[in-house]
Write a protein that binds this ligand. Structure first.
Ligand code: AHR
Length: 497
């Protein structure tokens, strides 16, 4: 099969915000304990941080790390997690029926972020707590010495403010499962009060309003509209969450997931335009897609009141990796709407990395993320794709390729393509209307023997990238073959026509 992609360096959707390559770390299962923090592991440093995990996360170049939840945050008292470790309480965690020993809290997270070369994106508890506690956390993190909570930070050994920029106003507050779940208007009032106090202390903070927790919610968009109308003046982003599933074991259907992801982004683009019009406002609000991934195989969520239980340790295969690449393609294509996105999560809990005390397993979904985070920069070019279709089960006729492209001012072009066909490779020709391709830099390919192939502790290199071959044509285009069930990420250099 052949497909052609037409690009024009002047036809773009603006700068790609690197924060679409962010992550999420929650106090859940073995994400924090035994994931990032494990003083008993031979692989940990003096802080108890797993150095192999840090090294793998650094390669993903995540600008932000969302923390501490998730559902966990909605009954979390952040003051439990600061001060001398031996004085911190053990608490029952409502969300995951686990024991939280609070040995890793805000200060440890800040230190971990520094080592992992990322920046904190903190969520405040708007479930069982409210505006006052949220404001106190901003004071603890961002105020100079001289006030009660800032001085507590100093007493805990951290003189300089952390300067946390991005804050989530609660988590999935539309969900009946959420501690402190309330109807939209009640949440809107809570969020608005918290926002005013938080920005009152630090006007530079950017706030994320809880949108719907999923497209399947009955109140999808209606919740978002009500909350956004009420909080418009104080928030910069609305959150979206999605977990993709293949319960029916229909790979053709599953691989068309990118179409649904883009539809969600479009829904929010419409909502933002509507509320902006209603308010006669010049302001722009953007999407924070701060939980996304594939999640449907591992469903154990009951910690049975133990510490660091094995919860939702999803094993990822090739088709999952191809869906993850489509999330990132959609975020790149809609750079005008999506400014933040966090893969949920980073280690052990539905994650690209799995740990055991003395080892690390890199899962399939790690690879497209690493490749795209490395290569995607600059402006998001509008892709005009001429490509065969296939029948994606109940989703109908769908383009066989899912693509995105990025262009930097220095003439660097990056192209990413997923081939949804299970049988046919596709040769993709990329041509620019206003430039020619001079040379090809990196080209990396991810594929595998079958859609369910996965890396395991016994065979950790089943799904790993290999070098691809892309070639410049005589007329200044570039051609690359995307294998069946495959992903390609490549970078080339352009010159003017
Ligand atoms: O990421 C796991 C959980 O999924 C999060 O805690 C919650 O926000 C979502 O429902």
């Amino acid at each position: 099969m052949r497909a052609s992609l037409s690009l024009d360096t002047q036809r773009h959707r603006g700068e790609i915000d690197r924060r679409i390559f962010s992550g999420f770390l929650e106090h859940m299962g073995r994400a924090v304990y035994e994931g990032v923090y494990d003083p008993e592991s031979p692989l940990s440093d003096a802080n108890g941080f797993r150095t192999d995990v840090i090294e793998a996360i650094r390669k993903l170049r995540m600008p932000l790390m969302r923390y501490p939840g998730g559902n966990f945050v909605s009954s979390y008292d952040w003051t439990d997690g600061i001060g001398p470790r031996e004085q911190r309480p053990v608490r029952p965690d409502y969300a995951w029926k686990s024991l939280e020993a609070n040995q890793f809290g805000t200060d440890e997270f800040m230190a971990w972020c520094r080592q992992a070369n990322t920046s904190p994106m903190l969520a405040v508890n708007l479930g069982t707590k409210g505006a006052e506690e949220a404001q106190a956390l901003v004071e603890y993190c961002n105020m100079p010495p001289g006030t009660y909570w800032a001085d507590r930070r100093v007493a805990n050994g951290h003189r300089d403010p952390y300067g946390v920029k991005v804050w989530c106003l609660g988590n999935e507050m539309d969900g009946p499962w959420q501690a402190g779940h309330v109807p939209a208007m009640e949440y809107a009032r809570r969020a608005d009060q918290a926002a005013k106090l938080m920005r009152g202390l630090d006007p530079s903070v950017e706030l994320v309003l809880c949108g719907s927790s999923g497209r399947g919610m009955k109140t999808y968009m209606e919740w978002d509209r009500e909350a956004l109308e009420y909080c418009w003046d104080h928030v910069s982003y609305v959150s979206a969450h999605r977990y993709s599933e293949n319960h029916r074991n229909d790979t053709d259907w599953f691989l068309a997931e990118g179409v649904e992801i883009e539809r969600i982004i479009e829904d929010y683009a419409g909502l933002f335009a509507y509320v902006r019009g209603l308010k006669r406002s010049d302001k722009r609000v953007y999407l924070s897609f701060d939980e996304w991934n594939v999640w449907y195989k591992a469903n154990e969520m009951d910690g049975r009141w133990t510490r660091a239980p094995h919860l939702i340790e999803e094993v990822y295969n090739l088709e999952d990796a191809l869906v993850c690449a489509q999330y990132l393609n959609a975020f790149i294509r809609r750079a005008d709407v999506v400014k933040i996105a966090c893969i949920a999560q980073i280690v052990n809990i539905i994650a690209p990395l799995l740990t055991k005390r003395d080892g690390l397993l890199v899962q399939s979904i790690y690879h497209p993320f690493r490749i795209m985070a490395e290569l995607a920069a600059g402006k998001s070019l509008v892709p005009l794709l001429d490509c065969p279709t296939y029948t994606a089960g109940a989703r109908g006729e769908t383009p066989v390729l899912d693509v995105s492209a990025a262009h930097e001012d220095d003439g660097t072009l990056a192209v990413f393509a997923v081939n949804r066909s299970q049988t046919e490779p596709v040769t993709l020709r990329t041509a620019l209307t206003d430039a020619v391709v001079q040379s090809v830099g990196e080209a990396e390919v991810l594929t595998g023997p079958d859609p369910k192939a996965a890396n395991t502790w016994e065979q950790p290199n089943v799904i790993v990238p290999t070098a691809g071959t892309a070639s410049v044509t005589e007329d200044g285009a570039v051609e690359v073959t995307v294998p069946a069930l495959g992903f390609v990420g490549m970078r080339c250099k352009l010159a003017g026509r």
